[in-house]
Every structure is written in C-alpha cells, then in structure tokens.
Design a protein around this ligand. Structure first.
Ligand code: PMP
Length: 310
C-alpha cells in the first residue's frame, strides 16, 4: 500500500502536496531534462526507528546525474540529505517509506533564447515521500523479452537516472503488462541482456551468480552493488559480471531482479519458459533474506549503510 505524505519539499520550501506545482513552461516537463532517485526507508527490526538505506550512494548518484545535465545550481549532498530527513520528520514517517528527490531544469534565464538546451536554464529540486511496503509478489514474477531495445549509452547516458530515459522503460513495461507479464527484460543494441525496466538482472548457475557488466548499457544499481557484496561476503558465492545472451537466461537455474523498488524479486517464468520454483534451498531466497536483514539493521557489519531518521 502506498500513501502520499502531505508535505513536499520544493525549491527550498515545505509546501502541501497540492500546492507543490510548477508552470507548464518548466523545461524538464517539456524535454525530459530532470534526474531523480528512488530511495527506501525501512522500519528497524526492533521497530524503533526508520532507517534510510544507502542514502549517501543515492545522493552521490543524483548529483552525478545532475552534473551531466548541467543541473548545477542546486543544494549540496549534505543539504539534500538534511532536507530529506527533515521532510520525513515533518511527515511523521513511522513506517516503510519511499523517497523521491528530483533535480530538474526549470526556467530560461534572462537573455537566454527559447529552445532545447541545458545551459542558460535555472535548476530546481523537489523531494516527495510516500509510505511504501514491499510491492512485488513474494513467490515470483513473470517476465518477457521486450522488443524495445534499452537506450544506448551514446544516445542518452545510461549511468545517469534521467527522467526522459523512462519513456523507454514505460513503453517496455506497458507492452509486457498488456501481454500478461509483470516486467520486461531489455536487450542492449548488441543483443546482450541489459536490465529490466526499473531493476537489474541476475541469473544463478551452479552456485554462481552472474549479472551483466556495467558496460552492458545498464543503470549501475545500488541494489546490484549491494547484492554483489552480500553474495561474496556473506554467502561465499562466486560473482561474475559478464555479457549474457538471452538463451543463457532461459537455461539458468534461477533468475532474480534487484532494485530499490522491487528489492530482490525472483523470476519464475520468462516468456513461455518456466524456471525452477523458489524453495528454501534457492540462492535467490538466501539473497533476499540477507538483504532484508541488512536493510532492517539486523546485521551490524552493514549498519554504515543505514541513516536513522529519528
Ligand atoms: N535500472 C533501472 C533502469 C532503474 O530504474 C533502477 C531503479 N533505480 C535500477 C536499475 C536499480 O537501481 P537501484 O538498485 O539503484 O534502485
């Protein structure tokens, strides 16, 4: 279940959601020139606090994405983090939640001519938060290979989380859903596996986990990086980052998605091909369990990844 918190941060002010409005001339609305993050906060295992998972990494990626689009006149990482914590407290966030900072191109500066461009345009920043529990089916999801190719890095930089790029994801997931699937696997222009519409993909083969490399035209997921660390350090699994052809996914022992939103989601069917069902011995489940323990602060070694709200 998701429910919007009543207050939103917009350009340095705290306003009611219905008053957090922007003019139709906003550049990002016209041209997709915004960058954003999706971040989760989790109730701690003792139920006393809400912890934001890997906030530093998310804000770093936000600012890296922003600098690529010349969105430079926005608050610093430290200021953005403080604004996020402040907003969650003002909204009295006491359950699992989702945090969405968005930095965007706003208005043409005086003397700057009309048109598509990045310089000569002011920047803005908004933050909104929601209550959000896990939303993915626990027993696994069904995916299809999309006929839409993943945007290539030489068209729109894939490492940056740019609003306009999500047209590609929206087309792919919509088409998958209309055909009765939950999500779509996207191939890159070389025909190799890239990622799903809002998550990264892993396969499991003989106790090894394999995922497309960072140069497979993927967003470098923070959950992906987390899975790689946990698989190696906590589960002693071998991890390979290498190109994957579609047929290798069909023949894998297991397959799962990783992402802030989908968390760790087992994939049980790809097109008409059924993978092994998930049981207590599944590698995917051990990864999901350890991930859940880490985000809820049950494992001390990884407490540096958690930022307490209160
Ligand atoms: N790829 C895409 C296209 C995404 O939108 C996301 C979600 N941010 C991911 C991968 C996973 O990234 P993360 O683990 O940082 O949420």
């Amino acid at each position: 279940k998701t429910a919007h918190h009543p207050l939103v941060y917009l350009n340095g002010e705290i306003v009611e959601t219905q008053n957090a409005t922007l003019p139709v001339t906003t550049q990002a609305f016209n041209y997709g020139t915004g960058v954003f993050e999706g971040i989760r906060g989790y109730i701690s295992h003792e139920g006393e606090n809400v912890n934001i998972f890997r906030l530093d990494e998310h804000i770093r990626r936000l600012l890296n994405s922003a600098s690529l689009l010349l969105i430079d006149d926005i608050p610093t990482a430290d200021e953005i983090q403080k604004s996020i914590l402040n907003l969650l407290r003002l909204n009295n966030a006491r359950s699992d939640c989702y945090i969405r900072p968005l930095a965007f191109k706003q208005h043409l500066l005086p003397g700057s001519g009309f048109g598509v461009k990045l310089s000569g345009v002011s920047s803005g920043l908004s933050i909104n938060t929601l209550n959000m529990r896990s939303y993915v089916k626990q027993d696994g999801i069904r995916c299809t290979f999309s006929s839409w190719r993943r945007i290539a890095d030489n068209a729109i930089p894939v490492r940056a989380k740019i609003t306009g790029s999500y047209v590609n994801s929206a087309l792919a997931i919509e088409s998958a859903r209309l055909s009765g699937f939950d999500d779509a696997f996207m191939l890159n222009t070389h025909g190799n596996l890239s990622e799903a519409t809002t998550s990264n993909i892993f396969i499991v083969k003989e106790n090894k986990i394999i995922t497309p490399p960072v140069n497979a035209h993927i967003l470098e997921g923070i959950t992906r990086a987390t899975v790689i660390i946990l698989a190696k350090e906590r589960l002693g699994l071998e991890v390979e980052e290498r190109d994957i052809l579609p047929s290798e996914v069909l023949m894998a022992d297991e397959c799962f998605l990783s992402g802030t939103g989908v968390e760790i989601s087992p994939v049980i069917q790809i097109d008409h091909h059924h993978l092994k069902s998930i049981n207590d011995e599944s590698t995917t489940l051990s990864i999901r369990n350890i991930y859940q323990q880490v985000v809820r602060g049950e494992i001390d070694n990884f407490s540096s990844w958690l930022t307490p709200v209160y």
